[in-house]
Ligand binder design. Structure first.
Ligand code: HEC
Ligand code: HEC
Length: 293
């Protein structure tokens, strides 16, 4: 007892451990009660959690816990809700008019997301990932349309195709003026000069352009229109803008007029559902790049 008394620290009243380094003694401070309190609380919580919640693996299964809590139930619920959300938005696409859908930002958001994927899977191979087309495949981001650019008209084109196997297919037929002997070589050259002048190409003589204008009025305006701005009844393109399906250089335009053109666009009636086609029509109509007027 005398030893203990001697090793009690006079300032704190705690015992020392008896270790001493250069006159510094180590106190034997007890663990504070609050630590024991929280430790016990954690142990109790742990035991409670094992009993109530799924906890221990038991070979093939696991202890389910008294609460019957199962993360999988939440996932199933979420999946059901997502399917329900999807059903309601595609239902609305099916029932509502093009104009109403276009006015609804949330629906158009869904159209853009789903349309992008549908376009990538079905259309990008020909029209390009960004729908800007390529030689022989029209650019779908412009205001220059063969068969009309309203969503209704685009939906119809997607449904029946162009020169396709569909019974109501659009029929596109640019005659072969040279090959079929309708026009002579030098007349074709003149009409080509005129057509190119319409979109600003100034590399032909004024006389050729003038002569070409007459040939155009006699042979071409019935389909392309008196002003050459195209006609969505015949699928004849606007020849006055800067967008070309086949190309606007003299050689390509000559080849077009000499040999004719019949573009082929498949019918999608059997391959895509009516909702998918409607989404695509809205998607394509929405692609208009402002600069591409
Ligand atoms: C096999 C190639 C091919 C595929 C695939 C294809 N298209 Fe086309 N599409 C064409 C061609 C070629 C034309 C132009 C036909 C012509 O010159 O008369 C065209 C024309 C169009 C037009 C008419 C443009 C206008 O100016 O009126 C629309 C709209 C269109 N395609 C949308 C689509 C959509 C949407 C898809 C996907 C579902 C698609 N296309 C898939 C080849 C294709
Ligand atoms: C019977 C209607 C018809 C007549 C007549 C006609 N075209 Fe066309 N033309 C079309 C159609 C349809 C196309 C689109 C062909 C396709 O891509 O399927 C076209 C395409 C063209 C193109 C291609 C444009 C591009 O973007 O590459 C040129 C150029 C053209 N026509 C010039 C003429 C000229 C010049 C004449 C008169 C000598 C003429 N066409 C007469 C229907 C006609």
């Amino acid at each position: 007892m005398a030893v203990e008394e001697k090793d009690r620290d006079p300032h704190t009243g705690y015992l020392t451990t008896g270790h001493e380094w250069n006159g510094i003694k180590e106190l034997n401070t007890p663990v504070p009660r609050v630590i024991y309190f929280f430790l016990s609380l954690a142990v109790l919580f742990g035991i409670g959690y094992w009993i109530l919640m799924p906890a221990w693996p038991t070979g093939r299964s696991y202890t389910k816990g008294l609460l019957g809590f199962d993360q999988r139930l939440f996932v199933t619920e979420d999946v059901k809700q997502a399917a329900l959300d999807r059903a309601t938005w595609t239902d609305r696409i099916e029932k509502e008019s093009f104009a109403d859908i276009q006015k609804d930002p949330q629906l158009m958001h869904d159209v853009r997301e789903t349309g992008k994927a549908l376009f990538g899977d079905n259309c990008a191979a020909c029209h390009g990932r960004h729908a800007t087309g390529g030689k022989g495949f029209p650019n779908l981001t412009t205001n220059s349309w063969l068969w009309g650019g309203s969503p209704e008209q685009i939906a119809e084109t997607i449904k029946v195709g162009i020169n396709s196997a569909h019974p109501e297919s659009h029929t596109s037929q640019m005659p072969a003026f040279g090959h079929d002997g309708i026009l002579q070589r030098n007349d074709i050259e003149k009409v080509v000069a005129y057509v190119r002048s319409l979109s600003g190409a100034g590399d032909a003589s004024a006389d050729d352009v003038k002569a070409g204008q007459k040939i155009f009025a006699d042979n071409c305006s019935s389909c392309h229109g008196d002003d050459a701005k195209g006609n969505s009844e015949t699928g004849a393109p606007n020849l006055t803008d800067r967008f070309w399906i086949y190309g606007g250089d003299p050689q390509t335009v000559y080849t077009t007029v000499w040999g004719g053109r019949q573009g082929h666009m498949p019918t999608w009636e059997a391959r895509l559902s009516s909702v998918q086609r409607k989404i695509l029509a809205l998607y394509v109509a929405d692609l208009r790049i402002p600069d591409h007027e």
